[in-house]
Design a protein around this ligand. Structure first.
Ligand code: NAD
Length: 417
């Protein structure tokens, strides 16, 4: 996965004519932490996991990024996702660097108390390298507001009351209103901007969504509320489709009760992978990385792909789709709504002040629409695809900040001087 991210980075670096030394500096993480997490199961058995935190770049502020609890979590994933966070926070121009981490565990096989012990031990082991002005974790795949609450609680035992050490907390424990749906809402705004460029509206399109967790389900609900037809969705259990568009409230209620989309009576069952190639105008991968590869890129029928997940396209698949005229809105722009509202949560925590939900939504909308327009304009001006434009914008912002605070100034490429 890191290789894919670096390929995308390199394309933008070529455009900016960055020298090799600057490329090395910008792709090397500042700090890589791996810890061994030994705990006990409820039956008294020994449990053994590895925890990771990769801190990629802090030029533009404290490092920020999610924690993923997944059996595949490793240093490569953390490093790739950490660098995406550096570029993402720069694209939306919020005062952060990038980090990412997680634990190689499968939460579906752990009880709540086991998950709690593993999380608390992880915090004990990394507490010196995180903090409100250093590195601020947040939820990602298989982590949620409860896990963020445990992190705040454990960290605060050592350093005193510290709600700003982590975002995505429960609203009752200094979380922000509107954080839960923020990534999905950002996806909706970005889709709206993308369609507006073609003179279309959300109510004109049929949408297929892979992944029905935090991001996918909120994106589906918000797009449907704007009149969009959600015609296919999938999760780990498989896929379902309904050519007329799902009754979203009914689907959400079904998933709340059954945890998975499989068996929903308001649609027909299809293979999970078939959602990506479904007959839709827009495909939103909102599950895991490398969902669209050389093996299925040719079969994608949609003309717009909104990358709600991180890294859902391989570099080759991206090339094939862009060559076919498909618009790909890249992850570092499309799913930045989550980190943007995390930023709002952090500022509220620091000020001990709560925003109304309407203010969260208004500020999020302003940032997402402006960021889309910044990237789209650069893409047109410089003849780039949206992903390369987003990377160029992000790298330029990080380098300009580095030039102002360190000695990088005279080494800046001519284009940025
Ligand atoms: P989640 O754990 O809430 O949901 C993940 C969903 O993907 C689940 O529905 C799961 O069943 C499904 N899934 C897993 N493997 C699948 C497969 N092979 N096929 C189809 N579905 C599959 O996670 P999330 O927070 O919604 O994150 C999803 C993606 O969005 C990740 O790439 C994450 O990094 C990214 N992201 C999340 C946030 C956030 O705020 N949560 C912010 C930015 C980006």
């Amino acid at each position: 996965m890191l290789e894919t991210t670096n390929k995308f980075f390199d394309r933008a670096a070529d455009h900016l004519e960055l020298n090799d030394r600057l490329r090395t500096i910008l792709t090397t993480p500042r700090r890589v932490v791996r810890v061994e997490i030994v705990t006990e199961s409820d039956d008294g058995e020994l449990l053994h996991h590895l925890g990771y935190r990769v801190q990629h770049n802090s030029t533009r502020g404290p490092m920020k990024g999610g924690l993923r609890f997944h059996p595949d979590m490793d240093e490569d994933h953390a490093a790739s996702l950490a660098s995406l966070m550096t570029w993402k926070t720069a694209v939306v121009d919020i005062p952060y660097g990038g980090a990412k981490g997680g634990i190689n565990c499968d939460p579906s096989k752990l009880s709540e108390s086991e998950l709690n012990r593993i999380t608390v031990r992880f915090v004990e082991l990394i507490k010196e390298v995180i903090g409100p002005t250093i590195d601020i974790p947040a939820p990602d795949v298989n982590t949620n507001s409860q896990i963020m609450a445990w992190i705040m609680d454990e960290y605060s035992k050592y350093y005193g009351f510290s709600p700003a050490v982590v975002t995505g907390k429960p609203v009752d424990l200094f979380g922000s209103l509107g954080r839960d749906e923020a990534t999905g809402r950002g996806v909706m705004f970005v889709l709206e901007e993308c369609l507006a460029g073609e003179g279309r509206k959300i109510s004109d399109v049929r949408v297929a969504i892979q992944g029905f967790g935090n991001v996918g389900s909120h994106a589906a609900r918000l797009i449907a509320e704007q009149g969009g037809k959600i015609v296919a969705v999938s999760d780990i259990s498989g896929g379902i489709a309904n050519d007329q568009g799902f009754d979203l409230p009914a689907l959400l209620a079904y998933v709340a009760d059954n945890k998975v989309v499989e068996g929903f009576p308001g649609g027909e069952s299809i293979a999970g992978d078939a959602v990506l190639t479904y007959d839709a105008d827009v495909v939103i991968p909102a599950a895991l990385e490398e969902a669209i590869t050389v093996d299925n890129a040719d079969q994608i029928k949609a003309k717009i792909i909104i990358e709600a997940a991180n890294g859902p396209l391989t570099a080759q698949a991206h090339e094939m789709l862009v060559a076919r005229g498909v618009t790909v809105v890249p992850d570092i722009l499309a799913n930045a709504g989550g980190v943007t509202v995390s930023y709002f949560e952090w500022t509220q925590n620091i000020q001990q002040f709560r925003w109304e939900e309407s203010r969260v939504v208004t500020e999020l909308e302003r940032i997402m629409r402006r960021s889309y327009q910044d990237v789209a304009k650069l893409a047109v001006d410089d003849g780039l695809d949206l992903r390369t434009a987003a990377f160029v914008l992000a790298i330029s912002r990080v380098l300009k900040a580095a030039a102002s605070r360190q000695s990088v100034g005279k080494h800046l490429p001519a284009k940025l001087r």
